[in-house]
Write a protein that binds this ligand. Sequence first.
Ligand SMILES: [Zn+2]
Ligand SMILES: [Zn+2]
Length: 416
Amino acid sequence: MLLILGLAVWGLDVEVRVRTAGAASGGPSEWSRTQPFPDRDVYYPGTEALASDEMRVVACGTGMPQPRLKQAAACFLVELGNGDKFIFDMGEGSFERIMALGIPLDQLDKVFLGHLHLDHAGDFPAFYFTGPVNNRLTPLRLWGPSGVRPEWGTKTWAAKMQEQWAWEKAGRGSAVDPRGHALEVNEFDWMAVNAVVYNENGVVIRTLPAIHLDQSVSFILEWNGLRFAFSSDTLPNKWWKEHATNVDLSIHECFIPPQMMMERYGMAPSEAVMVGTQGHTAAQAFGKIMSLTSPRHAVCYHFQNDFDTAPVVLSEIRKTYDGPLDLATDFMTWNVTKDGIRTRMGVPNHESFPAPVQMVKQPPDSMKAYQWTEFSLGGVEPESARVTNELIAEFNKRNGTDVKPSLTGLPFMKKE
Ligand SMILES: [Zn+2]
Ligand SMILES: [Zn+2]
């Protein structure tokens, strides 16, 4: 009898409220003293298989341009049962959240940026340039909108990024597998409505214009009959209303009320109203657009989600929307299938190392070897260099190798 009850709970665990309702009914539910618990309130990244028909979304950034430990700026990871993974926005601080999930970076090769504000794109350069030292050996693929002016678009932004970080790429780039520094840039028309910008392996991603200054976009990902919509930054708009109706998971920005923005950020009244209602979606307006589009599950993000802000945001939203809702914070995780949508908090690894390489590493490109200046070479302290040489000799002995530091441009062996 107990076993049957246990299986019933297991089978229905897609909905947290089902479990809660079971507990409320008062019946005992005995768990094994030695086997894993039949259910979890939390998600431990790397411990659960993704079903072939399942979509898992992990919030890797839900906060603001004002940095804080608890919440990075905008970033959502979408993982699909076919093995594909997609990153939507990559704001400041989000890279470390992504790393904490322990996913090989070779599998995280597709990034979609809704617009080029720092709190949505600021960690992309770090993700790109340090990819190879984090064991990414495959090219990185980027999608982003065109600009009102060509120099404001994603293509120019990515090209200028390469220029700005030229020394980083020349130096670090000369010491790593060169494949991870390949970058594919796909710029698309920011005014295109419901246009397909990605169509591979059964996954279709469409773009919608967003109203956030100009040249901002939202995305809709469709796969296996499931639809995920991500607003990036926008005011509620007619394109979202028309094309994001009835999606399964609807992630839309939402701000705290202007009154609170004055108190928390020291904004002037005009600034609070401008930023909180004209540049962004106020909580009541978020509720309205959710009511108008009836997603299976709504998620609001882009505010500092604390014990005192959350009740305010929730009460504002509930004035205009009474459907399923989560107030996102970092590592909140959604498992989406046709049968149900389950929300849990992810438990990240605070001491992560890069996931193992997924293929054999190639040596650095010798043609691009970084040339040290004589100035630096001449400044190496000789006694410390001797210690380092002993270390390298010991390393070679232990590993049966014959690594010569001169290959990397280091001067130590020349001193012997
Ligand atoms: Zn923005
Ligand atoms: Zn933003």
